[in-house]
Design a protein around this ligand. Structure first.
Ligand SMILES: O=C(O)C[C@H]1C=CC(=O)O1
Ligand SMILES: [Mn+2]
Length: 386
């Protein structure tokens, strides 16, 4: 007897509001709570897949908000993909691309849940659907963004001492360029050769600011600067990438494979910060990676500060990549006061371990989901801090 085709039966979305462990000060927003959109796909054979779509700082980072991610899924994506063959993930990706322009984070959240469901039904890790993991752990950076240099130094020294992180990304761009450079130089002096120091400007500088900034940063021993100027200013990014020794990394400029091709052809970056959410899912992120690799650029696994769920999904993809020259920043769960996974992702010896499958290897803790869901009638209070 031919076994019936498994169908996508139902797609549910929930916004979770989880406080951060301290204020996370970025050039465009200070985060005290992270809002993650959780997606649960139920299939006709009783199996389930889970995914996450998360952004940073409401609408201050990019064009999608937690509310728009949820609404795009509920209103447009779920009705289009429900009833389709559950195993035809590429078909669902192509349909989402056709019916939903932009909204990459929303598409990524559903796509992750579809890969998770398929891999679980096959009894394999998601990494195997991308050719198999070649790493079981990856180096992981931490972001110093308390808004205070002394607090950042204390945090960095503790991370080195406990062997949790020896790569630090400093969030700058809120203060005057000279103050920011002095802040970075102080931190680099404090950690010395024990750690790599990089910065993320989150598009806050003009080209002129950036010229001064990059000169000061490289003299201070900072190794890399992420997205110094606005996302669409490719010529400025190219001038900076070619004019200084310090590595210039594209983040906000990189929304999917088409951007990747343009950034690489314009030599508008030395490194790609590849984000699954921003790329539009695991498959499109794998295409961004392929373009970066074949253009001879450095690769870095970026984050939208996802919970353990989105982080696990990203780890399955990045575990399949031969060389991540700049490592990863897949530390999202560590910035949150609660872990929504029954078995948290393991961080040790300056690395993050790839969760074992099946699927993305993540099981939700139902009590945490009930507690942090926005529609649960509870008011989430941010922790006190800057
Ligand atoms: O890269 C970004 O812009 C977002 C993010 C990643 C790490 C972090 O602290 O914030
Ligand atoms: Mn960034």
């Amino acid at each position: 007897m031919v076994s019936p085709v498994t169908k996508i039966d139902q797609i549910e979305t929930v916004i979770l509001d989880i406080p951060t462990i301290r204020g996370h000060v970025l050039s465009m927003a200070t985060m005290r709570v992270q809002a993650a959109v959780l997606v649960r796909v139920r299939f006709s054979d009783g199996s389930e897949g889970i995914g996450e779509g998360t952004t940073i700082g409401g609408l201050s980072y990019g064009p999608e908000s937690p509310e728009s991610i949820r609404s795009a899924i509920d209103t447009y994506i779920a009705p289009a993909v429900t009833g389709r063959d559950a195993d035809d993930v590429n078909g669902a990706i192509q349909l989402m691309d056709k019916l939903v322009k932009g909204n990459r984070i929303a598409r990524a959240a559903v796509e992750i849940a579809l890969w998770d469901g398929l891999a679980k039904r096959l009894g394999v890790p998601v990494s195997q659907l991308f050719g198999g993991a070649v790493h079981d752990r990856l180096p992981v950076a931490w972001t110093l963004a308390s808004g205070n240099s002394d607090t950042d130094i204390a945090e960095a020294l503790e991370m080195i001492e406990t062997r949790r992180h020896n790569i630090f990304k400093l969030k700058i761009g809120k203060r005057a360029v000279a103050e920011d450079v002095a802040h970075v130089a102080r931190i680099k002096r404090a950690v010395g050769d024990a750690a790599s120091v990089r910065v993320d400007v989150n598009t806050a500088w003009s080209l002129q600011d950036a010229r001064w900034g990059l000169k000061g940063l490289q003299d201070a021993g900072c190794e890399l600067v992420e997205q110094p100027v606005p996302a669409r200013q490719r010529r400025a990014m190219a001038e900076l990438a070619q004019g200084y020794e310090i590595a210039v990394m594209a983040d906000e400029s990189l929304n999917g494979p088409e951007d990747a091709l343009e950034v690489a052809s314009a030599r508008a970056a030395d490194v790609f910060a590849v984000k699954v959410a921003q790329s539009g899912g695991l498959k499109r992120a794998s295409e961004v990676i392929a373009i970066g690799q074949s253009s001879g650029l450095g690769l870095y696994a970026g984050t939208m500060l996802e919970t353990g769920l989105g982080t696990a999904a990203a780890l399955h993809l990045f575990a399949t990549v031969e060389t991540l020259r700049w490592g990863t920043e897949l530390f999202g769960p560590l910035l949150l006061t609660a872990d929504i996974l029954a078995e948290p992702i393991v961080y040790r010896d300056f690395c993050v371990e790839i969760p074992q499958g099946p699927g993305i290897g993540a099981t939700l803790d139902p009590d945490k989901i009930d507690f942090y869901r926005r529609d649960g009638g509870r008011t989430v209070k941010a922790v006190a801090g800057e």
